[in-house]
Design a protein around this ligand. Sequence first.
Ligand code: SF4
Length: 285
Amino acid sequence: MTRVKSAKSIGFCSGVRRAVNIVEKTLSESKGKVYSLGPVIHNPEVIRRLKRQNLCIVNSIDGLEHSSTLILPSHGTPSDILDKAVKKRLKLVDVTCPNVSVLQKTCGLLHKQGMEVIIVGDRSHPEIRALLSFAGKAFVIDKAGGIKKNVFSGKKIGIISQTTQNRDSFFEIAAKLLQKNPLVKEVHVYNTICLDTLRRQNEAKELAGSVDTLLIIGSRLSANTKRLLGIGRKINRRTYLVEDSDADFGRLLRGAKVVGLISGASTPDWLVKEVIKKIKNRKGR
Ligand code: SF4
């Protein structure tokens, strides 16, 4: 018989829950079409549900008519697109997570204070693309290995982090930056990883060390889900990503007496419940 140990932090985080609630309310109250600039959150199952409720996803606002309703996603929107949307007099529904807004403000402040802003994060992630629009000429770093010597000599630097960054990598990169730039004039380090992310990372570590197999429920498109997978795998090689309840649980859980479950921040509770049901009902367990 397999025992299931679920993390406390499972299902939507507060920022994603807030975003999905606002989008659903907007969809139910709106008479016209409701558009979203890219996916509101990074979970295809949730996006499919919202599309069934008539959400139209667009990649550009150019084709939208004046006064159309536009949802701005949870990971933030670049400032030039925001300005364009205001000029177009679109009805904006901004579901940017409050933690992301704080990060954007911190970034803008560091830039105004004359610092070189260094963002520890994934350059291709939309949160970082939006963040860069608030930071002037900023640097994005995702690996300690790529840091060059003395790039910031004599300069003031502000180091901040993507909200869903791996905490250990963030501190490693910040330390390496200082080691390689001993002549930096002034350093400010802000740990802007959100609390929910930190909790999930801690729980993933604890679970990985105490179960036979750890399942991370979430989409491969989600940055924080992929980071949980990496954290779990470092400790327990039997850590697997489960994107939906159709996964081959017989294979993944072969021989496992205790299975740990945790999810990415954009994984809905109903998907977690479906996975638990499948695990408990599987044959030959
Ligand atoms: S993971 Fe953190 S920053 Fe991202 S949406 Fe959730 S609460 Fe907000």
